[in-house]
Design a protein around this ligand. Sequence first.
Ligand code: DHB
Ligand code: FE
Length: 306
Amino acid sequence: MTNEFTTAQLLERVTESRIADGDARVRRIAARIIGDLFRAIDELDVQPDEFWAGVDWLTRLGASGQGGLITAGLGFDRLLDIRADEADRRAGREGGTPRAIEGPLYVAGAPLAKYETRVDEGDTPHAEVLVMEGRVLDTEGRPVSGAIVDVWHANEHGRYSHFDPEQAEYALRRRIQTDAQGRYRFRSFIPPGYAIPPGSPTAELFEALGRHGHRPAHIHFLVAASGQRLLTTQINIPGDTFLDDDFAFATRDGLVVSLEPGTPVSGYESLGVTRPFTRVRFDFVLQPALTEDESKPLARMARVAS
Ligand code: DHB
Ligand code: FE
């Protein structure tokens, strides 16, 4: 009788049987996760209907293209950042703007401007006009000219272009190259918070978990320059209801900016402002790159695919 197994024998067969070496790292990670799931099914007495409901949920999640939407809400994106911060501390790599999760809604290849641009697509009624400006600096405080500030944020309904078919391609997505003094500036509007798409597999899980799916208002950035370590970060708008209750756990204390409402238009005419607006001043401070790979302006998925 070699085809009748106990649970332990089955797990050993699943994780140990092979006809080739395969990838040792993948084998090790898979064995651990499969073993943990076997144990969870056993200890929690997971019923077949519950197991297949989970598989059905995963299938629908994948088919919806929203696989990336579930990791942040379950804490994995922030976990990777916490671990990266810890690794940096151990390696003595401190200083610079704190990292914050990329999130699942970045799109590469946004239109490129020099020094200044509008990120919005024209007036957004009811939204507060925002000009954000500052410099990209290295950890010695020197300006980094020619850095690329890649910015993206949600529209007035909390949705991101590309994932929202109602919006134009690259709406609310731009890249800005810093000038000789390391400066950038852009005009847009203060975005509202974000909420996970209603009716989606993600929303379904959050409902079952009794959790909300709201992020406080935020603006995303990838900041890249040759010789500097790629910075993936966000700023948060103060005063948001969900500032300390972000479903994606992505908010960081050091990244809640100060708003300067009523900033006069003088000096900002080239951005088309005609009335006093809200200004945010923010300098991005980049750490030096230790390898060429660290400075590449790659999103998280592109980094592993290339
Ligand atoms: C998610 C959405 C975001 O806009 C974000 O910045 C981070 C995470 C999400 O749906 O998981
Ligand atoms: Fe976001």
